[in-house]
Design a binder for this molecule. Structure first.
Ligand code: OOG
Ligand code: MG
Length: 247
């Protein structure tokens, strides 16, 4: 069942075609959901992609309310999802992409529990995450979204800054004339808490946290649809990150 469902989600991503919620036909528990996620990621790696980091989901009330889910989730990101700042991004390869403003952290050393995770981080940046649920109408259960690698689809990182406190910074994400605004404090009260939340889930789920990894701490606001045209995210004190969506 694990491989069959991973194949279905991976196929949906490759063909940019949605698929029904797994919960319509299968009873999946959270352990199985993380196994499906691993199998989905393994398929990307088998195609030559490499892991570049991890992402957290549902670290803000706005996201929990938008998606009807209330527990932090962890997914994996790869070089196949990475886009360069100010580049043109072909959005026709996605099903129904949305974007969200994120804080990115960078790990300078492996996280092995011997020192606090904060001391493994050397840099922080503004980022935009492109999420693209493989499920029809972007509707899913908690286990569905974990199996679907937490809707991970793309990301763009702004200029890295030296690691430091980034709490209570204003956040603005613009997509054409649409915009969302918020504060970094929406991320678990302080985005630094995303690091400890990540360490806990990663340990429980056997997810490695390696030197060089990017950590996306989870959106501070609800996500907004990604439409063709300019996208810009600005976080007070961290600068801006932008790209252009092309259809
Ligand atoms: C799941 C991904 C959530 C975040 O930042 O909260 C996420 C989804 O909303 O499709 O990336
Ligand atoms: Mg996100």
């Amino acid at each position: 069942m694990i491989e069959e469902l991973a194949e279905r989600l991976d196929g949906a991503q490759l063909n940019a075609e949605d698929t029904p919620s797994l919960a319509d036909t299968h009873e999946i528990d959270i352990d199985q959901a993380y196994e499906i996620q691993q199998a989905v990621v393994d398929r990307r790696l088998a195609r030559g992609e490499t892991l570049t980091g991890v992402k957290l989901g549902f670290t803000s009330e706005a996201k929990m309310a938008q998606m009807g889910v209330s527990e932090v989730i962890v997914g994996r990101i790869t070089d196949g999802m990475a886009h360069v700042q100010d580049s043109l991004i072909d959005i026709s390869r996605y099903i129904h992409p949305k974007v969200e403003p994120e804080i990115a952290y960078r790990l300078a050393r492996d996280v092995d529990g011997s020192v606090p995770i904060e001391s493994c981080v050397d840099a922080v940046a503004a980022a935009v995450e492109i999420i693209d649920s493989r499920y029809r109408d972007f509707r899913f259960t908690y286990t569905d979204v974990v199996a679907d690698n937490t809707s991970a689809a793309g990301y763009v990182i702004g200029p890295w800054q030296e690691f430091g406190d980034v709490n209570n910074r204003s956040v603005r994400l613009e997509v054409g004339s649409a915009e969302v605004t918020g504060s970094t404090s929406a991320i678990l009260g302080d985005p630094a808490r995303a690091l400890t939340a990540l360490e806990e889930v990663a340990k429980r789920r056997g997810i490695e946290l390696r030197a060089g990894y990017v950590i996306l701490a989870g959106a501070a606001t609800a996500a907004i649809p990604l439409t063709p045209g300019p996208v810009e995210c600005r976080i007070d004190g961290l600068g801006a990150v932008s790209f252009i969506g092309e259809s």
